[in-house]
Design a protein around this ligand. Structure first.
Ligand code: GLU
Length: 447
């Protein structure tokens, strides 16, 4: 595979789509060798087809704010790859959302979903709507306006959206309400991350964080280590960081930092259950400030403006917020402070420079598409329950989630172990996901 040529062709076709090109480049680097061992892939032009989304929808979303002013945002749904099942992936509401970001996320989602062992294709959507500072009524009106367009695109067997950054249970509720009104289909399978009284799955809210910690446990176990008593630094304070903090505590680890766009909160004695509960209120307030934690718990959390979680001394770092939130300099600082394991819980949380620094130092590093796959996997379990018209118990869902994370870890080890014994989890996840999607595309012919 000529990675250079493929990348320069893509750059010419999609100039300026930075995140998308970064995500594609990483996968091409990982799969290049195995691709060349399968001439049937090249013959069917699998890679040229796989890097382009099946289709992209763009639409205008117009709504009225609390002052009575008319606002217009852009809405998107990227149906990236449907080879192994209906498109599946979250909706992101964030001011920086654009086609490049959603294409990168849809591309990553395709491989992530393949890793879950469940039959789900890759998709992603969202809007440049900025939830920061918006009232609950504004959030509702925006979600309803967004669904006015989205409802024609989605469906339980075609495309099943869920939450992502800026979209949680509340937003899914407002969108679902509008969907049933428009479609007159009281079909619970069209969105996942639903409320418990209308088709949601137990453990789905916690699943991304819980799954990540299960993955970390396996990774540590393989390296002969244990999480008990270890210090963890987390970025963000949203749904993902919340679930990760809950499970960390349960497993005997200590969360010593969480962060936000405004700075970092250091908690030398570790986060407490009350503080973890408060994270939910912080997210629901739409203030987007981690400083609120230090204001609420003055003796226990110390806020420093403008600093990242990566400035706090830790054993294990978990990026839980946004893409490229940990860069080469952050990686150097983490390594200098003795950090020996990094697991991306956000999608593409580390820059290529940061990943290189971790891998050169031979510390444990695992990528988002493996670590955070528990979220979408539990969405898949929600779809299964919806299709069967039943609800599983917490124990049943958690057991399934645990098994899936175990099998993802196994797949990474199988495809990522190098000659010297070092496990390159990036290669492992990319190759395992790629092989499954490539095989499906090959068997379905040239379409
Ligand atoms: N947004 C999550 C992810 O990045 C979950 C998607 C889903 O549940 O469909 O995987």
């Amino acid at each position: 595979m000529d990675v250079k040529k493929l990348m320069s062709d893509l750059e010419a076709k999609h100039p300026g789509e930075k995140e998308y090109l970064q995500a594609v480049h990483e996968v091409l680097e990982s799969v290049s060798e195995i691709y060349d061992q399968h001439p049937e892939f090249a013959k069917a032009k699998i890679i040229e087809r796989m890097v382009e989304p099946d289709r992209v929808f763009t639409f205008r979303v117009t709504w009225v704010d609390d002052k009575g002013e008319v606002q217009t945002n852009l809405g998107y749904r990227v149906q990236f790859n449907g080879a192994i099942g209906p498109y599946k992936g979250g909706l992101r509401f964030h001011k920086a959302v654009n086609v490049s970001m959603l294409k990168f996320l849809g591309f990553e989602q395709t491989f992530k979903n393949a890793l879950t062992t469940l039959p789900m294709g890759g998709g992603k959507g969202g809007s440049d709507f900025d939830p920061v500072g918006k009232s609950d009524a504004e959030i509702m009106r925006f979600c309803q306006a967004f669904m006015l367009e989205l409802w024609r695109i989605v469906g339980k067997d075609t495309d099943v959206p869920a939450g992502d950054v800026g979209v949680g249970g509340r937003e899914i509720g407002y969108m679902y309400g509008m969907y049933t009104k428009l479609a007159r289909e009281y079909n619970v399978g069209v969105l996942t991350g639903k409320g418990m009284t209308w088709g949601g799955s137990k453990i789905r809210p916690e699943a991304t964080g819980f799954g990540a910690l299960y993955f970390v446990q396996h990774m540590l176990e393989k390296a002969g280590k244990d999480i008990k008593g270890k210090k963890l630094a987390l970025s963000g304070f949203g749904n993902v960081a919340w679930g990760a903090a809950l499970k960390t505590l349960e497993l005997g680890g200590k969360v010593v930092a969480i962060s936000g766009p405004d700075g970092v909160c250091e908690m030398p004695d570790g986060i407490t259950p009350e503080m973890i509960d408060y994270m939910l209120e912080m997210r629901a307030s739409n203030r987007n400030k981690v400083e609120d934690m230090a204001t609420k718990f003055p003796g226990k959390a110390k806020f420093t403006a403008g600093k990242k979680a990566w400035s706090v001394k830790c054993d294990i770092a978990l990026p839980c917020a946004f893409q490229n939130e940990c860069n080469g300099d952050d990686a150097k600082e983490l390594l200098k402070n003795g950090c020996w394991a990094v697991a991306e819980v956000s999608n593409m949380g580390c820059t290529p420079e940061a990943i290189k620094a971790f891998q050169d130092a031979k510390i444990l590093f695992a990528p988002g598409k493996a670590v955070n796959a528990g979220g979408v996997a539990t969405s898949g379990l929600e779809m299964t329950q919806n299709a069967m018209h039943i609800s599983w118990t917490e124990e049943e869902v958690d057991k399934n989630l645990h098994q899936i994370m175990h099998s993802i870890h196994e797949a990474c080890v199988k495809f990522g172990t190098k000659k010297d014994g070092y496990i390159n989890y990036v290669d492992g996840a990319n190759i395992a996901g790629f092989m499954k999607v490539a095989q499906a595309m090959l068997e379905q012919g040239t379409i």
